[in-house]
Design a protein around this ligand. Structure first.
Ligand SMILES: *Cc1c(COP(=O)(O)O)cnc(C)c1O
Length: 394
């Protein structure tokens, strides 16, 4: 509401200030500028039926609340919720549905999202359908039957596929379905799905929001107060809450979010330019490249390309040797930390997706996913150059 008339530079100014002073700024009682870590399970009550706003830390904890208020403000929603992992957050959101409901998911949704739907929720009667959500016609055609929700990621893992969040939200709304966006790759600094029409936004805060590869966490924000009430009930009823210290780590990580993202992007653009010209790369996927698929849609809904790059290694190079010879860049799962990470989607993040489906959606066995960190950009490129030189089959 208040942001209708705010111009883009204003929005950024407010956003950057919110990162430092938003939510619950410091501690009123002592003047501490950092929100205290409230390591307490319970709270002394004044008398029967009267307390100071907190009863039990599964239900509410002041450190977690500071984070929940902050992420709500950053995503411009009505309420925020912090969970013990991205998967706990996704699970809580899926618990909004009931047996017999059907949801549409992107064909390259995060592997864990697919797994929890296929191996857990299906047993309880929640059905899913897979669609290429970058293809609006295909999504529209799936609305033949009753659909309760559409779950998308944009850019999606690992091919950085772009889905038009505005269009998907419009179609979903017309059909009485919710739009749920996993905004992990973008963060609210670069993309705010609720402003684009989505109902619920999810983060694996383990990634860019935490930003330092030291915490597992999940966040959910909704703009709808009724959904917010139901999520609050589910968070307390199922109990997958984020502990106080981990909440504090996210508050700390968020303070530098925009500074980190700006550097992540600067480095990623530099690395992408290098990869694009290299003969060891047959294809590159990065929303910062002008001829990438969905570039114009991405530009309309996000403020920057992020720092995830995927590329297909040429058959002239040995992928195992390539991975053995990155030194500065770590081979590992995850993404979004200050350190550069490289992974092999086919055997790591997307191993739980059956090989036939994997190939159908274009997750080549030679696909490499790079999370560009904030080290010196020349050093990252030098590391890649060395790995390419070693991996070249004579
Ligand atoms: C990592 C990730 C998740 C899962 O989050 P965890 O914190 O590992 O449970 C969900 N979605 C995306 C896009 C992710 O990258």
């Amino acid at each position: 509401m208040e942001n209708e008339m705010i111009t883009e530079p204003d929005l950024q100014r407010i956003f950057n200030t919110l990162l430092i002073h938003g939510g619950i700024d410091g501690d009123e009682k002592t003047g501490a500028v950092s929100v205290p870590v409230y390591l307490t399970s319970t709270y002394r009550q004044i008398e029967l039926g009267q307390h100071k706003g907190y009863e039990y830390s599964r239900t509410g904890n002041p450190t977690r609340e500071a984070l929940e208020v902050l992420i709500k403000e950053l995503e411009r929603g009505a309420a925020g919720f912090a969970f013990a992992s991205g998967m706990a957050a996704i699970t809580a959101v899926l618990l909004l549905f009931k047996s017999g409901d059907r949801v549409i998911i992107s064909n390259n949704v995060y592997g864990g999202t697919y797994r929890v739907l296929d191996k857990v929720f299906k047993r309880f009667g929640l059905e899913y359908e897979i669609a290429d959500t970058s293809n609006i016609q295909e999504v529209e055609s799936k609305f033949n039957g009753e659909i309760a929700a559409v779950i998308v990621e944009s850019p999606a893992n690992p091919l950085l596929t772009i889905t038009d969040i505005r269009k998907i939200s419009q179609i979903a709304k017309k059909n009485g379905a919710l739009t749920i966006v996993d905004n992990t790759f973008m963060t609210p600094y670069l993309q705010r799905p609720l402003e684009l029409g989505a109902d619920i936004v999810i983060h694996s805060a383990t990634k860019y929001i935490g930003g330092h590869s030291d915490v597992i966490a999940g966040l959910v924000v909704t703009g709808d107060t009724e959904i917010a009430n139901r999520l609050q009930f589910l968070q307390n009823a199922t109990g997958g809450v984020l502990p106080p210290f981990d909440s504090w780590l996210l508050l700390r990580g968020l303070k530098t979010l925009s500074v980190r993202m700006d550097r992540h992007i600067e480095n990623a653009v530099y690395v992408a330019e290098f990869l694009k010209e290299h003969d060891g790369v047959t294809r590159i996927f990065f929303p910062g490249i002008e001829d990438s698929i969905g570039y114009n849609i991405h530009k309309k809904q996000a403020k920057g390309p992020g720092a995830m790059i995927s590329f297909i290694l040429s058959q002239e190079y040995d992928i195992r040797i390539f991975f053995q010879n990155v030194k500065l860049i770590s081979l590992g799962e995850s993404l979004g930390g200050v350190e550069s990470l490289v992974s092999h989607p086919a055997s790591m993040t997307h191993a739980s997706i059956p090989p036939e489906i994997r190939r159908k959606v274009g997750i080549d066995d030679n696909l490499i996913r790079l999370s560009v960190g904030i080290e010196d950009k020349e050093a990252i490129v030098d590391d890649l150059k060395y790995a390419f030189s070693k991996a070249r089959k004579k």
